[in-house]
Each structure stands twice: as C-alpha cells, then as structure tokens.
Design a protein around this ligand. Structure first.
Ligand code: SAM
Length: 249
C-alpha cells in the first residue's frame, strides 16, 4: 500500500488514507539521516494519531545514498540509485512480510508528484512478480501552497508548468506564464526577472514553522532570501515551493 500523507500537517490526511493505514501490517519507514528526522517523526506521529489501538510493526529502511550527478549523467545516477533502493525494499519485504501481509509506504505529499516510490515499486515487480499494490493520493505541496496563499495555480484556460528548479537554469521559457517550482536548492527566484514576475512563496508548508511571502518578485526577493536562510539555519534544512506568475503589463 502506497499512501500519500499530505505535505506537512497531519490534518491533511484524507479519509481514504486513514482507512488505508488501518490495513497495513508492517510500515517501512525510510531513514534519511539526522537532517530529515523531523519528517520521519511526522510519519510516525501520523500513524500514532490515526491508528488508535491497532499495533502494526514499524521497520526502518536505511535509504541508499545517491551518487553526486555530474552535469551530464543525471539520469544514469538516478537510475542506479533507484535500482539500489528497489533491491533494499525487495530484501526487506522478503524478510519482514509474511504471506498475505500488507506492507505500507508513507509518501510525503502525493505519490504521483516528484516522488519516485511508484517507479521503484514498479521495478520491484521484476524480483517480486506477485507483488500487488494500491496507491492512495495525498495533498501535494503545490496544492497546499495555493490554498495557503488563497490563489488558483492556473489562469483561466491557461496551462501550468510544475518543474524542479534545475530545469529553469536557463530562465523561464517564453510563453510560460505560470510556473510552480519545487526542489530548489539554487535560489532560482534570484535569477528570475523581478519586474516581470510575481511570486507566491511557501516554506515548510503545513508545519509549525510555515512561512508565506508573496508580492512582486523584485520587492520581496530579499525578504524571501532572509526568511529562507533563517529557516534553514534553525533546523539545518528548509523545504520551499513557489509559484512564479508573469505580471500583466
Ligand atoms: C521530492 S519533492 C516531493 C513532493 C511531494 N510528493 C508533494 O506531493 O508535494 C520535495 C519538494 O516538494 C516541495 N515540498 C514538499 N513539502 C513541502 C512543504 N511542506 N513546504 C514547502 N515545500 C514542500 C519542496 O519543493 C521539496 O523540495
């Protein structure tokens, strides 16, 4: 069972996701190191809160580390990393799940958006051909961003681009007016034309230290920089997502 748990606040768990938790015998909880331990705790809190008197088992999964991709071999590095994660899951499932038992993977936000769990589980079918699974959707970070800023993500009848920041290294393509940026380790909003775009920025959405800033990019860029650095300094990491919306002239 692959369960989307929403992008922060446990209140974002859907009724379907809560029901799915109740069918899991063994949860596999990824351990991504100290920095991400708050996210690990949040997954466990969700289980404690919604499982009531059920007592499934929890098994830690040490995530294999990704090699540092060079400029050109990004896909190859990710492919190799996914293979190693799939192998680790195959071993764990074989060891920890008895016949007929249900394993559970809790995926941050929605499993279909910038998360590789579904791709990795698909690979597992090569070694575990009888593996069957369900996917439960969750509230993703772009959805949460939009709700917190009280904005629609797209304009009427217009397309919306959702992209990791690294794909904007050469700027926002002509003809793209609304872009949701995720996975930004590079402060991409700093390199974007501050007069041409508004920004709706959200950090640690749904968590107690959530920050929201919006406005003309040129006006709020320094404020975002400072808030981002402060949030990162406070606990060693920050997750941010933002919409860049081309201003109408
Ligand atoms: C690997 S992607 C996972 C996306 C997730 N599956 C979803 O549906 O939101 C991680 C990126 O999502 C964004 N993100 C996830 N949770 C967030 C949150 N609570 N606040 C702000 N951004 C978040 C950040 O851009 C982060 O770098």
């Amino acid at each position: 069972m692959i369960i989307g748990i929403g992008a922060g606040n446990p209140d974002l768990m859907t009724v379907q996701a809560i029901a799915a938790l109740g069918r899991v015998d063994v949860f596999f909880i990824p351990d991504k190191g100290a920095e991400k331990s708050e996210l690990r705790e949040l997954r466990l809190d969700i289980c404690r809160r919604f499982l009531e008197d059920r007592t499934p088992r929890f098994v830690d999964m040490t995530m294999p580390k990704r090699a540092r991709p060079g400029a050109k071999d990004y896909d190859g590095v990710v492919d190799d990393w996914h293979d190693r994660i799939a192998e680790a899951y195959a071993d764990l499932f074989a060891r920890e799940l008895k016949d007929g038992q249900c394993g559970g993977l809790l995926v941050w936000g929605d499993p279909a958006l910038y998360d590789s769990t579904l791709r990795i589980v698909e690979r597992l079918k090569a070694t575990l051909p009888d593996l069957d699974y369900e996917v439960v959707p969750g509230i993703s970070s772009p959805q949460l961003l939009a709700a917190r800023h009280r904005i629609p993500l797209n304009r009427i009848g217009a397309p919306l681009l959702i992209t990791p920041a690294r794909r904007l290294a050469n700027g926002i393509p002509d003809g793209v007016d609304d872009v949701v940026v995720v996975l930004d380790g590079e402060h991409t909003y700093r390199r974007t034309d501050g007069e041409a775009f508004d920004i709706y920025w959200g950090a640690n959405l749904g968590l107690p230290d959530e920050i929201l800033i919006s406005g003309k990019l040129a006006d709020v860029r320094a404020e975002i920089d400072a808030a981002r650095e402060q949030a990162r300094a406070a606990k060693g990491w920050v997750m941010d997502t933002y919409l860049l919306r081309r201003r109408k002239i």
